[in-house]
Design a protein around this ligand. Structure first.
Ligand code: IMP
Length: 427
């Protein structure tokens, strides 16, 4: 049985949790393959709202094995806090498996993330401050601490000492902060060892065996395509690869075992943090999208920047990820708007681009070219098939679908798990 990938299309917060959760009954393994506790899934199950940051959404589905893959950076304190919080609400997390090769976020990563952003001033990225970038930087610099290192105290000490040597110079001399003590970092990490040990496995081997046995494996990307460090709006991106290629790297499952690539796209666009956003609305319509859609960050509580749907980005995402299906979320949020502009190209200077422009400078200067679609007023949250939708809502979906030539297989019409229109099954 092949594996399927779920990715975000825009700048994150598209509602991927809802998509993976909707698949939960058929899925045996849900693998988080990138990012860390910078992610934020809000999932509503049976009227109960769950905010997950680090745990894969599959943890809420009984019988699913949630896996934290090697591509993830793990803050162990946050992991156990999140486990405790959902266990207290009656959710069983005992099936969770963590890759021995996943990297660990330590206190120095979060410190450097925060002071580094402050140091950048106006040029800041607007990170979540969770230590994600510095942890991935250490991974690439071969100064990282992996989950497996916690089981060998001597190695752990060597690695933490190695990582802190330069960082303490930086903290003290460049950032004017106190040095971080090696022992304090090690002591904190070691407090997690006993609890962590039984969860840790060679997850690429585990997943290969699962696929051999015909199990259904779902790979769940954190963040989204436009935040990909290679394919997104660099440098205003996260430090990992949330795209389909990243799913192979971050799980150890090779490309020829992947089958469907499901991209989750909001019926409009949002972004958190800094960086270019051509269809951003700084007016009352933007505020209305924010209010109707509850567009405030799950992780940081920051108000999200809101704007109209961007078909150039959807087409780009379809190409970069090899998307086989779109899941469109939050169509209900558009209810009540008289007109719904959809971005079909960017005007840059005298030229209209229908593909993502090649350079950062061009993208910063892009102004959207809109096609205006008529809105609808009727409540659509009870719609369970395309024919239940008002004509203009159906037209909206069909028009944006035609713009990417990839089918929209599921349409979200409300926050609940059951509030969806399934046009074609994803598994
Ligand atoms: P970092 O991932 O904390 O380094 O932040 C880098 C950029 O990615 C910032 O603009 C964040 O706001 C953004 N970002 C990171 N994670 C998410 C997410 O889950 N949803 C939306 N934006 C995110």
């Amino acid at each position: 049985m092949p594996a399927s990938i779920v990715v975000g299309t825009q700048w994150g917060d598209e509602g991927k949790g809802k998509a993976t959760d909707a698949l939960g009954d058929r899925v045996d393994y849900v693998v988080k393959f990138n990012g860390g506790n910078n992610a934020g899934h809000t999932i509503v199950v049976g009227g109960e709202k769950y905010a997950l940051h680090l745990l894969p959404a599959g943890v809420l589905s009984p019988g699913v094995v949630p896996v934290i893959g090697n591509g993830v950076v793990v803050d162990l304190g946050v992991l156990f806090e999140e486990i405790d919080a959902i266990e207290a609400r009656g959710i069983d997390t005992s099936r969770l498996v963590v890759s021995a090769n996943a990297h660990v976020i330590t206190a120095y990563h979060t410190t450097i993330d925060k002071v580094g952003e402050r140091f950048l001033g106006n040029a800041k990225i607007g990170t979540t401050g969770r230590g994600i970038g510095p942890a991935y930087a250490d991974k690439m610099s071969r100064l990282g601490v992996r989950v497996q290192d916690l089981f060998d105290e001597k190695i752990l000490r060597q690695k933490v000492e190695g990582a802190l040597e330069l960082k303490n110079q930086l903290l003290v001399k460049a950032y004017n902060r106190k040095a971080i003590a090696v022992d304090a970092v090690i002591d904190e990490l070691l407090t997690h060892v006993d609890r962590l040990r039984p969860m840790v496995a060679d997850t690429s081997l585990l997943l290969a065996k699962a696929l051999d046995e015909g199990k259904v494996v779902l790979l769940e990307g954190g963040q989204a395509t436009m935040l990909d460090v290679d394919h997104g709006t660099y440098p205003f991106v996260t430090s990992s690869n949330p795209t389909a290629g990243g799913a192979c790297i971050g799980s150890g499952i090779p490309p020829n075992r992947m089958d469907r690539v499901v991209a989750v796209v909001k019926a409009y666009t949002t972004r958190v943090g800094e960086g270019p956003f051509p269809t951003e609305l700084l007016d009352a319509d933007g505020q209305r999208l924010r209010d109707n859609g509850g567009e405030y960050g799950t992780t940081t509580g920051r108000p999200r920047r809101c704007g109209w749907y961007d078909a150039v980005i959807a087409r780009y995402t379809a190409r970069i990820n090899g998307v086989t299906d779109f899941v469109m979320t939050k169509l209900d949020v558009l209810t009540g708007f008289e007109k719904l502009p959809v971005c079909v190209g960017y005007r840059i200077g005298d030229t209209v681009h229908t593909e993502m422009p090649m350079t950062q400078t061009e993208f910063h200067h892009a102004t959207p070219v809109y096609e205006e679609l008529p809105g609808w007023d009727d409540d659509i949250s009870k719609a369970r098939s395309l024919s239940d939708l008002p004509d203009n809502a159906r037209r909206y979906v069909e028009t944006v679908e035609a713009m990417t030539s990839v089918p929209i297989s599921v349409i979200g019409v409300g926050p609940g798990r059951e509030e969806s229109i399934v046009v074609r099954s994803l598994v």
